[in-house]
Design a protein around this ligand. Sequence first.
Ligand SMILES: [Zn+2]
Length: 347
Amino acid sequence: MAIVVLKLPNVKRKREERPKQCRYCEGETFQRWGNVNKPVKDIWVRNVKVYRYRCCRCKRSFRYYPEGNTKADQTERLRLFAVLLWRLGLSHRASSLILSGWKVRVSFMTIWRDVQAEAQMIKKRNHWKPVRVLGLDGAHVLGWGEKRSVLVAVDLGTGEPIALGYVNEYDPQAVRRWLAPLVQRHGITVIVTDDLASYKIVAEKLQLAHQVCQFHVRRWIGKTLQHLQETIPKEWLWVLEEIRKLLDLLPPDASKTLYALWKLLPGRRSKRNQARLALEQLRNLLLRLSQDWPRFCAFQSEPQVPWTNNSTEQVIGRMKMRTRTVRGYKSWSGMQSGLLLAGTYTT
Ligand SMILES: [Zn+2]
């Protein structure tokens, strides 16, 4: 269950103090110009008193709403409460039904619009936010096609999503096109990803420091080592032990050791159309680890870089709770807003 941190705003029935400044000019003195009882949609308040003021300078008049109210029918509190229900996993219709328990009639379309508006506010808030370390991961959603994934970018300083892209994460060109403006705008210097080849290419092209999530690395290397344990000639088993030791300690300069081990192993003997021999697989593993090693250890030299991409996966987990709903949205921009809101921890 996602934890949503949300403080509902106050709603006042009336506002005694006068406006400080005119909405249209610099004017600072006003005449009261009547009042209305405005019915509102809220959990506790049924109507509020709204004074009208006339500016003594420009002679225009305007409504001056009490705290927590706007020209909309719903109070700010109700709007955020509806959004909260949605974020807790209820459908638009169920949220609407729950509100009817407070004798508040809000249509599910209104709640949909509330959700969209809230997402817009989050987007605006995040637009120029400085982000040093960015987590990236593809969220694969059932029914959205094999290769198409939603690329999720998370500020690892706060654990909040800052952008979503409808981008194939296996295509380095596409990822780069999408990421470059974000890097510029937020001042990103480090990315944390799984060990997909496309991220390595993108990190190099955009000159970003790169940490590869150690959970991912350990999973696939662990499997590979297990397999090799049973297949390589016994006299080479000690090499597997060396690799395991290095992975435990993650010494930053292990590239050289791994490269030396690679040189020690006999070269390719299988023919082109033959399956690779176990020893050749080990040799490939050594070369790959030697090349990628600095990406395993970036967190040791870069401050505040986590060694896993766990925060990004948590954001995706929160989004997945809502993908069934969001899949029904007609436009990508609607889906994006829904997912962004679902993935955000606070408002
Ligand atoms: Zn004025």
